[in-house]
Design a protein around this ligand. Structure first.
Ligand SMILES: [Zn+2]
Length: 114
């Protein structure tokens, strides 16, 4: 993901409206690009901080810490999603292999009968 694309996605990320397809690239970029991370942090602090003030939320004002926590939670979710998808693919491949093997076995059985 480019810096420009990242910056276009910051508001969506802050409002939890970012597309799941973009999320992995967004997080990867946030971890490797210091400038973009700083911009994300400022945007997050402004948006979430203002929301907390408006709602008179007495929760912690460690917004930078909250952002890091949010990113690591999303990373864990992405990791679980990846593992789930990998398992899914293995199951589908195994099912297709079984279908092909049983088809070949039935063909062999059919030709032996003739
Ligand atoms: Zn960047």
């Amino acid at each position: 993901m480019s810096c420009r694309r990242f910056q276009q996605q910051i508001n969506k990320f802050t409002k939890d409206e970012i597309d799941p397809e973009d999320l992995d690239f967004f997080i990867a970029h946030a971890k490797k690009c210091k400038d973009c991370y700083e911009e994300l942090e400022i945007n997050y602090m402004l948006n979430v901080g203002l929301e907390m003030i408006e709602n008179d939320d007495k929760a912690s004002f460690d917004l930078a810490g909250q952002l890091k926590k949010k990113i690591s939670q999303l990373e864990r979710k992405a990791d679980l999603r990846y593992k789930f998808n990998t398992c899914n693919r293995i199951i589908v491949c195994t099912a297709y292999s079984c279908i092909v093997i049983s088809f070949i076995a039935s063909l062999l059985a059919y030709f032996r009968v003739l």
